[in-house]
Design a protein. Structure first.
Lengths: 418, 391, 243
């Protein structure tokens, strides 16, 4: 039997609307009173019906207001997006009810009951998040164990980095080359010396004291800068028709792609020193950066290879017929196009790199996540794990989300340029 | 004559030189490493060799699927770690697929709330590092669970506490017969589907394979209980007082919080990537395909089974298998929360005790490499066998 | 002779935009109708309503005595009798040409595989690509693909064939091979409704011409009358633009 009874149409719409909206409202009142007033208005029904009553009432109410084209903008929008079938109606109600039940308490914890003012754990009342913890430890979270008085050195390095990157976008074409060369070759040396010190009267600060978000940036920046060219070379090597080069590239790439980053970091910390002459000591941070760079370069190589493969043979043929050699062809014609094709893949690899940096805790370097792990075990601040990790998650999320949005925009911009 | 030979020689030299240089530098580098390693090991009095694997491990492992204690060998400890890695990976893969497919389909829903909800899920859990998600679940969320005396109670059969999730232990008699009944059901299903295909191709008769298959899966194992002598008893965890203030559960099986948080973090993180793959797969099937299939009279289910899914799966499966591989590799994050997987047990504790850095790290990396290569080969085989032929 | 297709007062909206206005149409068995008109006039929507790939909100559509509406159970039965050929061919890329054609006979008509394949080969012969049977759509040219699509529709032995701009996506040199197949089909007595700009084909094959503009049937006439004495100004304008 077809249950198409009592369906609204254009004529009796208003009657059905009143019926439907009242049932919906009762459903909402039910769930509101359950959540906030702890009072169950349908308690006279047996257990499970009473629990599901908002859902039942709501779906019947939505059934009565389901009409294809009513003419009213809001009603049509609701029907099309939330109420196009019984199944969809129930799903919409479930989502709304879940939001009503859990979001308020979450907001309470994060904002309304949280403590922002104070300077010690005693100032936290305990109902909400104790953001005082983050406030007090903020410097450590940003700079690690780097001495407070010297933090200006890190600040200057990053300021230079960001302004140079900004300059790339703003300045005219002929300056771009110089800035990129500066960033790739000169800047790293300057920044490294500035931050570690030991020359020009700057106090020497060992890499072991570096930490926090600034360390995240340092590791990410170095790895990003170097994994890209290495990846490109590996991709070219893999596509080479010289067997020795081809198979060495394949072996190298598959080796790094087949193992977890943690084992690679372990290797850099524990196994790698065995391969160096006895007594030589390579700085821990440098080992870690080399390890992460090589690891991500393998993934980058696969991404670039995808772009090289996607380029039609015609491009290679045209370049060769103009008399270009291998390197000129690749640098002037092939790579610019191939790289443009795989911008999402490159951005993804960069994103993965940033998300992988917290793993350096296994060698004892404490970037942001590691610093929080350290802070939460401080005897004066026990039990602050949730606040700490939520803060770190938030910081990372903003960085990664911004990066992914930017790459999506870049992709759109470059594709419309064609 | 002479000139021809000379020109061929030149061309070969151009190809030969870079290769020789590459190989030479690789060989030189490896020899340099090996030489130094030898010197270093001599200085420390350790000899390269895998003999240590048979030595007594003398450390305990907190969670193991097989019997193990401190007097077992390092090799057995490695096995325990390996099984733990595989356990958390399989659980993670299962839930990641479940969540990922649901969220992926949800993103394409015409329901605005469902689509937005799925989108938010993907954007949030994809952009937070896995390690942080793991830390959050382990240090924050699961630490908020109650003590055993106030455990969250599931119908008095199972208890969720901060020390772990206590579930009933399955005690079987004649477990092998139960397994045989399942295998028999699967064999029966294979035979029935062969028969159904024959019927369909020769006579055009369509046998309701789905219902018969489901029935077989239920009936045969049930038979094993009724007449096969298989019995199943449950050992329910029971709260006991160990001392004045300490309570704990005895009996049953405890799922440790390390395993739970690792599985949760892995599932929820990997699900975001699987969701995007599923979405790409479904979007990749043009509307025209469904319309053409409908226009020749196929039902909705037939359209899904014969036209949409075969094409969608070809798009979805390769990157998803890659994600399964990533999940297995990411399980190595267990080291951060002391879940005894391969890395923690072998490249961690065993390495600390024996100092055999090169051997141990090589074995560990080699194991992962083996897993990666098997999955890649399977992927290549799959891609070639289902490749859609083009001009 | 009673009508094999009847549309009465059919109206259809996409959201607020009305795309079919008061459509009335009667098609007799073995009749060939060509529908023409500017783009956006609703021609495709009209024929897609006949096999319910689009849903009409008002009016009635009756195909072979059965009404098509939301109350219709098993719309697949009706679709099995109405064949459709699409502008983009829409062959299934993961199946060979033979499998594309035998799929529906096996799964909908429940024919044994051998019989279904014989039927498929017969229709592939009819459209002259029987030697491509084991190949896959990606290996065929556009003209071959469209002919295969026609064969696929014919394998269900439909009473009516609908064509939605079948040659618009083809390179010029391949249009003729597809039109030849369609002319053949027409001569064989099939009821056909064709949306197309190919007026040469229309003159040769159509019994009746329909001109649509902005969702309405503006003019309907026997083919000769239509081309020689178009009644409406809009028809005259359209004909002058494409002829």
């Amino acid at each position: 039997m077809n249950l198409i009874i009592f369906k609204p149409n254009k004529e009796n719409l208003s009657k059905y609307l009143v019926l439907g909206i009242s049932l919906l409202s009762i459903g909402f009142i039910d769930i509101f009173s359950n959540t906030f007033l702890n009072f169950n208005i349908t308690s006279f029904f047996p257990g499970i019906i009473s629990y599901l009553s908002p859902l039942l009432l709501g779906s019947i109410g939505l059934y009565f207001i389901r009409i294809e084209y009513s003419g009213s903008k809001t009603l049509d929008a609701i029907n099309k997006n939330l109420n196009s079938s019984n199944f969809n109606a129930i799903l919409s109600l479930i989502v709304i009810f879940v939001i009503i039940k859990y979001i308020p308490s979450l907001l309470n914890w994060v904002f309304f009951d949280a403590n922002f003012i104070g300077s010690a754990k005693e100032d936290c009342t305990g109902d909400g998040a104790c953001w005082i913890f983050v406030k007090v430890w903020f410097n450590r979270f940003m700079y690690g164990m780097y001495p407070d008085t010297e933090q200006w050195r890190i600040n200057i390095s990053f300021l230079t980095l960001f302004t140079s990157i900004g300059a790339i976008f703003v300045l005219p074409q002929k300056f771009k080359k110089y800035i990129i060369l500066f960033l790739l070759f000169i800047f790293p040396l300057i920044a490294l010396n500035l931050i570690s010190g030991g020359i020009f009267g700057l106090k020497l600060i060992r890499t072991g004291s570096w930490g926090g978000l600034s360390l995240t940036f340092i590791v990410s920046a170095f790895a990003l800068i170097f994994c890209f060219p290495i990846g490109v070379f590996l991709a070219l090597g893999r596509r080479s028709d010289l067997p020795a080069i081809k198979y060495s590239s394949i072996g190298f790439i598959e080796l790094w792609r087949g193992v977890p980053l943690i084992t690679v970091l372990f290797m850099s910390a524990v196994m790698f020193p065995m391969f160096l002459p006895d007594g030589t000591y390579m700085d821990k941070l440098m080992r870690v950066i080399i390890a992460i760079t090589l690891f991500e370069a393998a993934y980058m190589a696969e991404v670039v290879r995808g772009g090289l493969q996607a380029l039609s043979r015609g491009q290679y043929d045209a370049a060769k017929s103009l008399g270009m050699g291998y390197w000129r062809m690749h640098f002037l014609i092939i790579l610019p196009q191939a790289l443009k094709l795989v911008i999402p893949g490159i951005a993804n690899t960069f994103l993965a790199l940033v998300k992988d940096t917290p793993l350096i805790f296994v060698v004892g370097l404490l970037e942001l996540a590691g610093m929080i792990g350290l802070a939460k075990t401080n005897p004066e601040w026990l039990g602050m794990a949730a606040e700490g990790y939520v803060f770190a998650a938030f910081v990372f999320w903003i960085i990664c989300f911004a990066m992914s949005r930017y790459s999506q925009n870049l992709e759109k911009k470059l594709s419309t340029e064609r | 004559m002479n000139l021809k030979v000379f020109s061929i020689d030149l061309k070969n030299k151009k190809r030969l030189i870079p290769q020789v240089l590459t190989l030479l530098s690789i060989v030189l580098l490896l020899s340099y490493f090996t030489f130094n390693a030898q010197v270093n090991m001599d200085n420390r009095g350790i000899a390269f060799g895998f003999g240590f694997l048979t030595q007594e491990a003398s450390f305990d492992i907190g969670f193991s699927l097989i019997d193990y204690d401190g007097s077992d060998s390092y090799a057995r400890a490695f096995l325990v770690g390996l099984l733990n890695t595989l356990l958390v990976s399989v659980i993670g893969i299962f839930f990641a697929t479940l969540i990922g497919v649901t969220v992926g389909i949800g993103r394409l829903s015409s329901n605005y709330l469902v689509a937005k909800f799925s989108e938010v899920y993907v954007e949030v859990f994809r952009n937070i590092p896995l390690l942080l998600q793991l830390f959050f679940w382990y240090f924050a969320a699961l630490r908020a669970l109650p003590l055993p005396e106030e455990a969250i109670n599931f119908n008095d059969i199972s208890y969720l506490t901060v020390k772990g999730w206590y579930v009933p232990k399955f005690i079987w008699t004649n477990f092998s017969i139960f397994i045989y009944s399942f295998l028999a059901a699967i064999v029966a299903i294979i035979f029935v589907s062969k028969h159904a295909k024959k019927q369909r191709e020769e006579f055009g008769k369509h046998v309701p394979l789905f219902y018969i298959g489901t029935a077989l899966l239920f009936i045969l194992p049930t038979l094993s209980f009724l007449v096969g002598g298989v019995t199943l008893k449950f050992e329910i965890p029971v709260l006991e007082q160990m001392s004045a203030t300490i309570f704990n559960f005895k009996g049953g099986v405890s799922i440790i919080p390390e395993l739970m948080s690792l599985a949760m973090a892995l599932s929820m993180y990997t699900a975001t990537f699987i969701a995007e793959n599923v979405r790409a797969g479904i979007l990749g099937i043009g509307k025209g395909q469904k319309e053409a299939a409908a226009s020749i009279g196929l039902t909705k289910t037939q359209i899904l089974k014969l036209v949409v899914l075969p094409q969608a799966l070809r798009i979805i499966i390769p990157p998803t298998t890659n994600q399964y591989l990533n999940l297995t590799k990411n399980s190595s994050l267990a080291a951060a929360i002391a879940y005894p997987d391969i890395v923690l047990v072998f490249a961690g504790t065993a390495l600390m005790q024996t100092g055999r850095a090169i051997e141990i790290v090589s074995i560990t990396m080699g194991t992962y490499l083996l897993i990666s290569i098997s999955i890649s080969s399977f992927m290549n085989w799959y891609n070639q066998s289902v490749a859609i032929k083009e001009k | 002779m009673s009508n094999i297709i009847e549309l009465k007062n059919v109206n259809k909206w996409f959201d607020k935009f009305q795309v079919l206005k008061e459509i009335n149409l009667e098609v007799k068995p073995k009749e060939k109708i060509v529908v023409c008109g500017p783009s956006g006039s609703g021609k495709s929507t009209l024929i897609r309503c006949i096999n319910r790939l689009e849903i009409h909100q008002e009016g009635s559509i009756v195909v072979d005595g059965k009404e098509i509406s939301e109350k219709t159970k098993n719309i697949e039965n009706i679709r099995a009798e109405v064949g459709m050929v699409f502008q983009q061919f829409n062959l299934f890329p993961h199946l060979s040409i033979l499998d594309n054609c035998s799929l529906a006979p096996i799964w909908v008509k429940k024919l044994p595989k051998k019989q279904a394949e014989e039927l498929a080969m017969e229709n592939l012969k009819r459209v002259q690509i029987e030697d491509q049977a084991i190949k896959f759509p990606g290996q065929l040219s556009g003209g071959q693909q469209q002919r295969a699509a026609i064969a696929r529709a014919l394998c269900m032995e439909p009473k009516i064939m609908l064509f939605d701009e079948p040659t618009s996506a083809l390179d010029p040199e391949m249009i003729k091979e597809v039109l030849d197949v369609m002319v053949d089909l027409a001569k064989g007595g099939m009821t056909m409704i064709v949306v197309t700009h190919e007026m040469g084909f229309a003159k040769e094959v159509a019994d009746n011409m329909i001109f649509m503009d902005e969702g309405r049937i503006v003019e309907r006439a026997k083919t000769n009358d239509f081309f020689e004495n178009p009644k409406s100004e809009r028809t005259k304008l359209f004909l002058s633009q494409i002829l």
